[in-house]
Design a protein around this ligand. Structure first.
Ligand code: NAD
Length: 265
């Protein structure tokens, strides 16, 4: 299988994109360290099996998975998360920095300092910490038979590439994730560590449940997306699985849009 014997961490794995990514990697044979603030899925999610935790679902499907609680914005939690993966499985091959937050839509005039701090701490600092401890571990590991030392995929957003209305802190946080991704690719290409980002467009997850439950905003998001539907978590998970696979060995520092042509306009 595609990810046989590979060890993967997915942050924010209990809901939405993180859950779909963890399930996709496990379906390919990876052994998973699922991580989130809690193992319970957000109830606003769109999946029909939200009552089953992601790590349990992987085990129910015959895979191997553990859950490790970590707040991505905390240095000690992220260090302990990578240590837990290595203690349990011996190494770390794939790090998916997916956990993220978005505050309600408002302009910078209404945004508070607390909104900014939360968004930057989770989306940007969380990704920085995830990359820092994953790369520290990967640098201790030999290059695998398939020619890489480790793969990192950061879940960014179209909001890191263009300005999205009323999402000042969110766009700032994802713009930083995108350029951090490129910077790390430069520093660690010689060491055969791949660092890429996926930039999804508008998706149906708990994060945007409030907007999608408003028919006017739902129609607006659909109209803004050239492809005749908004995205879903499997669209994102498939692109992440590609970047985490050996098929993408010479891809690093890439910002891969998965957005139904939103940013192509
Ligand atoms: N939904 C979209 O339209 C969309 C579009 C582009 C990018 N994204 C990105 O995809 C990623 C996943 O978002 P989603 O849409 O699946 O949202 P979601 O709310 O369904 O899932 C996010 C998960 O992250 C976890 N999380 C939040 N703060 C955390 C923290 N401090 N530490 C650890 N875990 C934490 C939550 O508990 C939750 O399980 C985010 O980075 C988001 O910015 C989402």
């Amino acid at each position: 299988m595609r990810f046989n014997n590979k060890i993967a961490i997915v942050t924010g794995s209990s809901s939405g994109n993180g859950r779909a990514i963890a399930l996709a990697l496990a379906a390919g044979g990876a052994r998973l360290v699922c991580s989130d603030l809690t193992s319970r899925a957000r109830p606003e999610g769109f999946e029909t099996d939200l009552h089953i935790d992601t790590d349990q679902l992987i085990r129910d499907n015959g895979g191997e998975a553990i859950f490790v609680r970590a707040d991505v914005s905390r240095h000690g939690d992220m260090q302990a998360l990578v240590e837990a993966a290595v203690e349990r499985f011996g190494r770390l091959d794939i790090m998916i920095n997916n956990a993220g937050v978005a505050v309600e839509l408002k302009t910078i005039v209404e945004e508070t300092e607390a909104d900014y701090d939360l968004t930057m701490n989770v989306n940007t600092k969380g990704t920085w910490l995830g990359c820092k401890f994953a790369i520290t571990q990967m640098m201790k590991q030999p290059v695998s038979d398939s020619g890489t030392r480790g793969k990192i995929v950061n879940i960014s957003s179209i909001g890191g590439l263009v300005g999205l209305a009323q999402e000042a802190s969110y766009c700032a946080s994802k713009g930083a994730v995108n350029n951090l991704t490129r910077q790390l690719a430069v520093d660690f290409a010689a060491h055969k560590i791949n660092v890429n980002a996926v930039c999804p467009g508008f998706l149906a997850t708990a994060m945007v449940r409030q907007e999608l439950d408003n028919p006017e905003i739902k129609t607006l998001l659909e109209d803004l997306t050239p492809w005749p539907r908004i995205g879903n978590v499997d669209d994102v998970a498939k692109a992440v699985a590609f970047l985490a696979s050996e098929e993408a060995q010479w891809m690093t520092g890439s910002l891969l849009t998965v957005d139904g042509a939103y940013t192509a306009q």
